[in-house]
Ligand binder design. Structure first.
Ligand SMILES: Nc1ncnc2c1ncn2[C@@H]1O[C@H](COP(=O)(O)OP(=O)(O)O)[C@@H](O)[C@H]1O
Ligand SMILES: [Mg+2]
Length: 301
């Protein structure tokens, strides 16, 4: 069953070859200076159990949803089976994959709140074989309040995931921009956290609070939790400010920062309108290549 928005893509398909950055700029680009060859992932002969990764930052608009969709699609290109979970009542992950979740009766909300509804009941395939989605819509906004009175409220998502974990190699959870109970559920269910970070000064302040929350969850609820990596997003080589912020993030977090950076490009907003990952929308673009590199880094962890 193909579930798509009925509107045709409203943007023109991009040209195959984009202009690349000039040689002079690369010399002062701290991201380029860190690049090392990445190992080719080994093909898999069997699938599961999944590694669960929460895509998390309490700041909105930093690239959580974009990274979830495109990392997921890039992992699938490497023969991995991937489940994406939309844990944001805004439902942007679902929309970004062309799934009309706002009209759906059964979403992640039902799997979390109803004992008889499983994750397998609410997941849907996407247009990309090997990439499945658990959609979300505004119904989920009630869950934050309703979960408060549940027994083992922080472990609800963990319990629900157990059902499908063996079918996938990766489960990526797109968190909402808050450190509330839903996000704590994601951190309790995950082994890894990827922190998408926009390269601007104020981003750094929020990360300290996020790292603190991750440490608390690790101590109290989930000893297996680790930060998989910090992902620099909306990177713009041309601005000194962006390069400086990136250098400071690397100073503070060292090798925890992925060597792959996601450059700022209009290709990403376009993919949302198209309802597709960049790997199929603009397969030869530098943005698609960046997510392929990120997938190799994630597989190598
Ligand atoms: N690398 C990028 N370059 C340009 N625009 C981007 C990039 N990544 C994301 N965007 C756009 O920025 C907005 C916020 O991104 P999104 O992934 O939804 O962030 P979040 O999930 O953290 O709120 C979206 O409109 C998205 O299309
Ligand atoms: Mg989002």
């Amino acid at each position: 069953m193909a579930i798509r928005g009925d509107a045709a893509p409203a943007v023109a398909r991009p040209r195959e070859n984009e202009p690349q950055m000039g040689g002079a700029a690369s010399k002062q680009d701290p991201a380029r200076a860190r690049q090392r060859p990445l190992p080719e992932p080994r093909p898999l002969t069997q699938h599961g159990p999944a590694q669960v990764i929460a895509m998390c930052n309490q700041k909105g608009g930093v690239g959580k949803t974009t990274s979830t969709i495109n990392l997921g699609a890039a992992l699938v290109e490497q023969g991995r089976k991937v489940l994406l979970i939309d844990l944001d009542p805004q439902g942007a992950l679902s929309v970004g994959l062309g799934v009309p979740a706002q009209n759906m009766d059964r979403t992640i909300y039902n799997a979390l709140m109803e004992r008889r509804t499983t994750l397998a009941d609410v997941r849907v395939p996407t247009d990309i074989p090997g990439l499945d989605l658990v959609p979300s819509n505004i119904d989920l906004s009630a869950a934050e309040v309703q979960l408060v009175s549940e027994v083992a409220r922080e472990q609800t998502l963990l319990r629900v995931l157990a059902d499908v974990r063996d079918e996938y190699d990766y489960i990526l959870i797109d968190c909402q921009p808050s450190l509330g109970l839903l996000t704590v559920n994601a951190l309790t269910a995950a082994q890894g956290v990827i922190i998408p970070l926009e390269c601007e000064f104020f981003s750094l302040r929020g990360v300290a609070l996020l790292v603190d929350t991750i440490e608390k969850v690790k101590e109290r609820l989930n000893p297996d939790l680790e930060i998989s990596g910090i992902l620099a997003t909306m990177y713009d080589t041309r601005t000194v400010h962006c390069r400086e912020v990136f250098s400071r993030v690397v100073e503070a977090f060292g090798d925890t920062v992925f060597q792959t950076v996601i450059h700022r490009t209009v290709r990403f907003p376009e993919t949302t309108v198209a309802g597709q990952p960049i790997t199929t929308w603009a397969p030869t673009s530098s943005g698609a290549q960046a997510f392929r590199d990120l997938a190799k880094e994630v597989i190598a962890l």
